[in-house]
Design a protein. Sequence first.
Length: 436
Amino acid sequence: MTDTLTNLPGRKPFFEELCRRLNARTQRDGLLALLVVDVGPLREINTQIGYHAGDLILAGVADRIRAFLRETDVLARIADTEFGLILSSLVSSGQAELAATRVVSVCMQPFHVLGHQVKVRVKVGIALHPNHATAPERLLCRADIALCQARSTEDAYAFYSDCSSRDLPSVVVIEGELEQAIANSDLEVYFQPKIALKNRMVTGVEALTRWTSQKFGPVRPDVFIGVAERTGLILPLTVFVLNTALRQCQELTRDPGFSVAVNLSAVILGNPEVFELVTQATNIWGFEPAQLTLEVTESALMADPETSLDLLKRLAEYGINVSIDDFGTGYSSLVYLNKLPVSELKVDKSFVMSMLDQERDARIVQAVIDLAHTFELAVVAEGVDRPATVEAVAAMGCDYAQGAHIGWPMPIDLLMDWLVRSPWARESTMRAASGS
Ligand code: C2E
Ligand code: CA
Ligand code: CA
């Protein structure tokens, strides 16, 4: 619950505190401001100076903000690089603005870490209760939208109201549209193939959700998944994706060597219903648990590993594989890596896509492969978008590859076709795909 790096509460207790405060409020209480503070560029700092430097900077940011807070203010680390701040009993929005300016100015002072002088950039999104939203999850969503707006401008901070009048209609209204789309099963599931490098043959697919909104056209998955995570829609969305993927791949998994991976958002890992929903889906579609992999991102998992542990253990005992996605971008501790019942790491595509040009990224890919093998885990390189990358990751000892060079995500009918025609096709899957 408490983040060991910064000694601050994590996302869950922060959200619970927000709910408590909003429930206890009366009209006389004035305004409540919710600030979301994003610290960057952490990835560059991690890769150029080292993860320890990134850790020290995040701890330093927490200390500097904490130093000027009032006793009633609440500060938490709500995501890898994001802090949340609740300021209550404000007389005017000017006080929230003042706090945002303080956050920005204390963080502008350079950090001295490991012999380097490092400058960070912070962006702040602000949403006010009751002006911008009354429900806690909506307030958080609004602060996030304001943060997106601040990120897209030169300004260090933005209020939610500033951006609703400008050109961000999609994110604001997305929520209602998405709810409808899930209810009407208007989402689609695409499948991206994965090959085994030992024989260069397809071994399975990853299910990736697609949404074309009637109002906005195609919406990027990272945008609508983010909205779904903030609004509770992620559970019905996941149930839909899981069932659709297992149903559509029924023919293919007659080949026991073919597996299907589905992404599981970390925000639902603490939900006791998830185990039932997953095992129900495997039962309904007659799926061998060993042919299903659930991918959970590293950063989200490490934000609250204890909560995830119970569910992941139960899934693993049931025979389902667990994979850590986007590996290399978070702050995995070796202690947890050893403790979590995972069977696979996926090297984040940002490293793989630039490994042929950047020696440093190639070294990270090699390090992740070696780390995975030390823990007897399989390792997948994602973002393999060139023929030379297939050779490079194979030479490094990587087990599986996925990416544009092998195949982009595609709907099931195109996948069936691809499985018969592609150079990576193999006979058993071909037979399953053609139904013979
Ligand atoms: P992810 O799980 O890391 O999925 C891999 C992403 O990389 C996919 O993006 C895929 O299209 C893209 N990709 C794969 N190979 C290449 C390549 O060679 N080059 C480039 N440029 N991109 C490549 P997509 O489908 O846009 O999904 C983005 C993220 O949204 C996913 O990242 C995942 O975190 C999330 N997502 C998508 N569907 C779901 C879902 O059903 N549930 C959850 N929880 N998250 C999902
Ligand atoms: Ca994934
Ligand atoms: Ca990934």
